[in-house]
Design a protein around this ligand. Sequence first.
Ligand SMILES: Cc1cc2nc3c(=O)[nH]c(=O)nc-3n(C[C@H](O)[C@H](O)[C@H](O)COP(=O)(O)OP(=O)(O)OC[C@H]3O[C@@H](n4cnc5c(N)ncnc54)[C@H](O)[C@@H]3O)c2cc1C
Length: 232
Amino acid sequence: MLDQCPHSTVCLPATRMPRIVVVGAGFAGLNLIKKLRNKPVQVVLLDKNNFHQFQPLLYQVAIAGLEPDSIVSPVRKLFQGYKNLVYRMAEVVRVEPETNRVFTDIGWVRYDYLVLATGSRTNYYGLQDLERNSVGLKGIRDALDIRSWILQNLEEATITCGPKEKDALTNFVIVGGGPAGVELAGALAEFRRYLLNKDYPEIATEWMKIYLVEAVLTACCRRCPKRLRSMR
Ligand SMILES: Cc1cc2nc3c(=O)[nH]c(=O)nc-3n(C[C@H](O)[C@H](O)[C@H](O)COP(=O)(O)OP(=O)(O)OC[C@H]3O[C@@H](n4cnc5c(N)ncnc54)[C@H](O)[C@@H]3O)c2cc1C
């Protein structure tokens, strides 16, 4: 039997159990749902994507070291056999706590308990130029955009003779020396050292430069100056 208004305008199985709406199929949402398996509750999972993304390896997709499907898992496959779970692909746009409703792009859902596990966004610290002229690395689409830009730039560099233009096309700037920035810089440096020459013989290794920009000298950088030098 399907649940109709006033419980929800999104088609959901009717239930007498308390309904827990979980927004977000990231690590937080997934782990909570695993704990709720077989408990006397109905779990409604909402995510705008029908897949979970393994963010720690996004940098590998960005430098073409891994294919996207290696780090993306379909939500429905992850939860096969979960009898108390309903998944709907929906983007939450608003929460109305007074009426216990979440509004999405496919309708609204009433909840008894609501868990917002929607992750985080890239913080540009108010640097609008940076925001306009760069891409964050939070999802698979970002990683694919970065990959595409890197490869397109290198292709263009092979057909560009002007040294200035060539320089602009082969220099990469990564802002943020946290784990993701350092991993991406390191992976790019490995690409330059081991693959550039083979894949792009027209581009001299010394042309390609990788700049990692970080405001704070972190404890990690102080501990591993050798590792930082090896990226150059
Ligand atoms: C590049 C990178 C590398 C990282 N490396 C590591 C690492 O090596 N080790 C480590 O421990 N951590 C790492 N992290 C951090 C770790 O990935 C995050 O802490 C973790 O993914 C956060 O989980 P989460 O469930 O809170 O959010 P997320 O994983 O971001 O999941 C949020 C989910 O909510 C969905 N969502 C968002 N808004 C809406 C909406 N309005 N409606 C519906 N759905 C929505 C999204 O589609 C997504 O599925 C890394 C992060 C990044 C970006």
